[in-house]
Design a protein around this ligand. Structure first.
Ligand SMILES: [Zn+2]
Length: 85
């Protein structure tokens, strides 16, 4: 499945035309609306914002925060292990 978003003006599903990397977590994507009566072209950002499961190959200096519910689960597991120790 290709990622897409709707045209903000006419709600037609826009088509990604190009993209380039801004950083390890951010990519800029240029979209074009296929509705000929609209014809809007625009730029959107795609950003990695949270970690659900930590990487087995962590990159130095890259720190994506744990998602809140994952952090709470990890804390409960640590508390359980401490109470069993
Ligand atoms: Zn449009």
């Amino acid at each position: 499945m290709r990622f897409s978003i709707d045209c903000p003006h006419c709600d037609t599903r826009a088509i990604a035309r190009s993209s380039h990397k801004l950083s390890d977590t951010m990519r800029e994507i240029t979209f074009a609306c296929p509705n000929v009566e609209c014809g809007h072209t625009f730029v959107a950002n795609l950003e990695a914002v949270r970690t659900l499961s930590p990487s087995g190959m962590p990159k130095n200096g890259l720190n994506l925060p744990l998602s809140q519910h994952v952090a709470e689960r990890v804390m409960r597991q640590m508390q359980l292990q401490l109470s069993l120790a």
